[in-house]
Structure formats: structure tokens, C-alpha cells
Write a protein that binds this ligand. Structure first.
Ligand code: HEM
Length: 431
């Protein structure tokens, strides 16, 4: 048996140098991975965690010993925020919630969802003035919020976008990595009001639907029909609200950033959209046909997975590749490092959508590309998110020319991996 590798002075120096060079922690983690291998102790004072990388580790954490790896960490802000939401529960309680929520994302509903996806995209873009400078990170959040609430809550969120905007950003910051990682009891002032206002919105939605239950067979309707209490419904709605829009925001913003900064890919994507979709709104039948756009989305998810790591707590002692990991350890499986591992990807830092072409895609072994996680706790919205990304991008590129006016974006760890400081463009309607 060996012990969990811990960064010594040499590895720490490499990590510090990578951090200084690129300005983000992910590069430092890449350096540690290169130096120490697929399992290593994270060198943060006060935050004990083991980083696990690569297909064997991913499979081990996600499928092989599911009951051994628990999601819920009582003191974490995400658990305090989502209470009994599907994302932060385990075992039988998690499985029961999953059964109630799954039908709301069934493929048979996608045709209606597609309409909501392009229609809400148009609502946001109709506010853009010709040639004015906009931040696509912000704009994609607007679009993703309108789509999520329209499709799953049958609610028009547009009037609340302004009043709740800062509250949503605060709630996301509340669950983002920060000083609480090394000082768990640090006072988190100023967040409770934001959470309270968001709760107010959700409880009003629940009350209105209870008063008129015939109004919809969407997620909200399904939760009410299952007999859950208002509190438990609030937990699921808030989970879907955050998990279902913040991730899509990041994916859309990174996709556009990568397209803007790779003009050949942008031209190819736009030509494909023009040929397949033409001037009509994109339809569900187009989703399968937009194969180049599909590669762009996959390559974006590889380079900048919105959820760049998953966190679990070991419920028993485990042994992985001869390394003992004691019960109660926080284990982090890193999608970001797996997606950029030189063992599985050639020129991993290069944006190359064609690595997902049918001829080349088969070279990626299972569990080397897992932007939506894997096993029984994989992303419940994976199919929804991929259709949404295609429809929104197709609609944006079909109707707009973008001129990139920002600098180089670096990944910033919030609740998801965001392009920082934003994705700045001038947008014009195509003639
Ligand atoms: C680009 C978009 C998205 C990405 C990259 C993404 C990624 C992920 C990942 C990696 C996980 C597993 C996390 C883990 O193992 O700890 C996950 C879980 C989850 N996702 Fe997504 N997601 C996306 C969109 C969505 C959408 C649109 C929804 C809802 C409509 C959603 C709802 C959820 C929920 C509820 C879970 C927890 C599932 C469970 O524990 O059973 N996600 N997502």
C-alpha cells in the first residue's frame, strides 16, 4: 500500500509558477497532476481534499462504489442553500426525487421546449441596439433564465429579470468557492436577504399553481402532484433554477467566445446553420443535422466544462490503485484535468472541434469525456442542455454578426467555470 501523494517543495513551486503564468488555479492543478499523478492531496490549509483524475478514477467515484461516495456535505453552502434538493441528497431519498423530476425533462416535450428556446433568445436579442457593446456572459444568463422558467415552471420570468438579477448573482456567489473553504465558519453576511427574495418568488409560484393545478404538466405540476410539501418543492425548484441555468450560461458564453476567437470555426458554423436552418426559426429536426455545431459544443464542454469538478465524501475506507483513502475524506473528481490529460487528448489546450468528428471520436475511451458526469447521478438535464445550446447558438448566429472586442478570457471558478471578465462583442443584425 502507498500513501496519498502530497505536493512537496518542487511540485508546489511548479504549481505556483503555473498560477503566475496563467492567472488561475486550474493551471496550478494541472501542474500538480503532471508532477504527482492521478491521485493527490490538495495543498490547501484547512481544506482536506483528495483530487482524483482520469477515466479509472472517474468510473470508480461515479459508478463502482456509489454507496461509498456520498454527495451531501452538511456544512457546505450548497447544502445549506438547497436543503433537501435532489443535488445534495443521497441514497433512497435521492432516487425518489429523481423519479419525480425525470418526466419533466422527457424527450417527448422537446418540440415545445425548442420553441421556448429560440423564442426567449429573440426576446433578449430584441433589446440589443445595433453595434452596441454587450457582454455575452450576461446576455446568455438572461436567455438561460427565461428558458428554464418558461419550460419547467411555465412562468414568464421577464418582469423579474431586473428585480431579481442581483439576488441571483449573490446566491451563485454564496455557493461558489471562496474563503469559506479554508474557514468554514466565516460569516457570510448579506446573502440571506437575496436567498429570501428568491424563495419568495418560488413560494408564490407554488401557491399560484396549487390554486390552479390545471395550469400545467411541467416540473412544478409534477412536484405538486407527487404530494410534496411546499418546502420540499422549493428545494427542487431552486436546485433546477440554479443548476439548470448557470451551467447553460457558462456553456453558451464559452462557445461564443471560442467561436469569436476562431474565425474559421465561426464561418463554418454559420455556413452550416444557413444551409440547414435557413431563415426560419430552428426546429427540433435541425438538432441532429447541425453536426459541426455539435462538435463545437462538445469541444467547448471539453475545454471549459461548466461543472469542472464533482465533490463526494467517502462513507467508508476505500482503496484506489493501492492508495488507501479513509472514511470521511472529501474526494474531488476533476473533469477539467481529465479533459486536458495528455494521455488521452492530443494537443489538449487547442480548440479543435473536429476531434469529435465521427472518424476521430472513437479514440476517446469511456470516462475521458464526461461534461455531464456519469452513473446514476449524472446530469438530469444533459439532453435538455445540449438541445438548448444548439438552438440558442443557431438562432444567435443565424441572425447576428458579432465583432469580438474583448481581451483574452480566463476561466474563473464560480459555481460554474465562467469566462472572466466576460465575453464582450458588438452585435449587428445580419442583413
Ligand atoms: C451545459 C449544461 C450542464 C452541464 C455541463 C451540467 C453538468 C452536470 C454535472 C457534471 C453533474 C453531475 C455532478 C456530480 O457528479 O457531482 C450534473 C448534475 C445535475 N444537473 Fe446538470 N449540467 C448542465 C445542465 C443542467 C440543466 C439544464 C439542468 C436542469 C434542467 C441540470 C440539472 C442537474 C441536476 C438536478 C443534477 C443533479 C442530478 C443528481 O444528483 O441526480 N443540469 N450536471
Amino acid at each position: 500500500m502507498s500513501t496519498i501523494p502530497t505536493p512537496g517543495p518542487a511540485a508546489s513551486r511548479l504549481a505556483a509558477r503555473a498560477f503566475m503564468r496563467d492567472g488561475h488555479i486550474l493551471s496550478a492543478l494541472e501542474a500538480l497532476h503532471d508532477a504527482l499523478g492521478d491521485v493527490f492531496q490538495l495543498p490547501l490549509p484547512g481544506f482536506q481534499a483528495v483530487m482524483m483524475v482520469g477515466p479509472e478514477a472517474n468510473k470508480f467515484v461515479l459508478t463502482e462504489s456509489r454507496d461509498t461516495f456520498l454527495w451531501r456535505a452538511e456544512g457546505d453552502p450548497v447544502t445549506r442553500l438547497l436543503r433537501q434538493g435532489i443535488l445534495v441528497t443521497d441514497g433512497a431519498q435521492h432516487d425518489a426525487l429523481r423519479q419525480v423530476i425525470t418526466p419533466a425533462l422527457h424527450r417527448s416535450l422537446f418540440e415545445r421546449f425548442v420553441h421556448a428556446m429560440w423564442w426567449n433568445t429573440d426576446r433578449v436579442t430584441s433589446q440589443w441596439r445595433q453595434g452596441s457593446r454587450i457582454d455575452l456572459l450576461e446576455e446568455m444568463r438572461r436567455i438561460a433564465l427565461l428558458i428554464l422558467t418558461d419550460t419547467l415552471f411555465s412562468d414568464d420570468f421577464n418582469p423579474r429579470l431586473g428585480p431579481l438579477w442581483q439576488d441571483i448573482l449573490r446566491v451563485i456567489r454564496y455557493i461558489s468557492p471562496g474563503p469559506w473553504l479554508i474557514w468554514p465558519t466565516i460569516p457570510r453576511l448579506g446573502y440571506q436577504q437575496a436567498i429570501h427574495r428568491l424563495d419568495g418568488y418560488l413560494y408564490r409560484l407554488i401557491a399560484a399553481r396549487r390554486a390552479q393545478p390545471e395550469q400545467g404538466s411541467d416540473l412544478l405540476g409534477g412536484l405538486i402532484a407527487s404530494g410534496m410539501s411546499d418546502g420540499l418543492i422549493r428545494d427542487q425548484l431552486l436546485t433546477m433554477f440554479i443548476a439548470g441555468h448557470d451551467t447553460s450560461t457558462a456553456l453558451l458564453a464559452w462557445s461564443l467566445y471560442l467561436l469569436m476567437t476562431h474565425p474559421d470555426s465561426l464561418a463554418r458554423a454559420q455556413a452550416e446553420i444557413d444551409a440547414i436552418v435557413g431563415k426560419q426559426p430552428p426546429a427540433y429536426t435541425h438538432v441532429r443535422q447541425l453536426s459541426y455545431l455539435d462538435r463545437v459544443i462538445k469541444e467547448t464542454l471539453r475545454l471549459y466544462p461548466p461543472i469542472h469538478l464533482g465533490s463526494r465524501i467517502t462513507a467508508t475506507d476505500v482503496v484506489f490503485q493501492d492508495i488507501p483513502i479513509p472514511s470521511g475524506t472529501r474526494v474531488l473528481y476533476s473533469l477539467y484535468l481529465t479533459h486536458r490529460d495528455k494521455k488521452y487528448w492530443t494537443e489538449p489546450a487547442t480548440f479543435d472541434p473536429d476531434r469529435f468528428s465521427p472518424e476521430r471520436a472513437s479514440f476517446h475511451p469511456p470516462y475521458t469525456f464526461l461534461p455531464f458526469g456519469g452513473g446514476p447521478r449524472n446530469c438530469i438535464g444533459a439532453a435538455f442542455a445540449q438541445v438548448e445550446a444548439k438552438i440558442v447558438l443557431a438562432r444567435l448566429l443565424q441572425r447576428h454578426e458579432f465583432r469580438y472586442v474583448g481581451g483574452r478570457a480566463r476561466p474563473r471558478m464560480r459555481a460554474t467555470l465562467e469566462p472572466c471578465p466576460g465575453v464582450f462583442v458588438e452585435a449587428r443584425r445580419r442583413s
